[in-house]
Design a protein around this ligand. Sequence first.
Ligand SMILES: [Zn+2]
Length: 93
Amino acid sequence: MSRTEYKNWRKAVFERDNYACQHPGCDKRGGWMNADHIKPWAYYPELRYDVNNGRTLCVEHHRLTFKDVFKHRKIGSPCEIRTHDLCLEGAAS
Ligand SMILES: [Zn+2]
């Protein structure tokens, strides 16, 4: 897991989306945004750094996707589906 690769991926996603939340009907833009993996990287390692598998979400909508994942998937450990900064922070050390 490369921190630099992840940062580059995230930046590419943000720039493609113009730093705007991609959730339908949401007009949040800029500020504190999250890069979301559409297909969780725990299950699709080959898509981890694929810009097409990323989308920009505001914090609020990013949280909603976590709830969805928790609801619909059986998971081994919480970290497996924490596909974003918190988990990567741990994985990088
Ligand atoms: Zn949003």
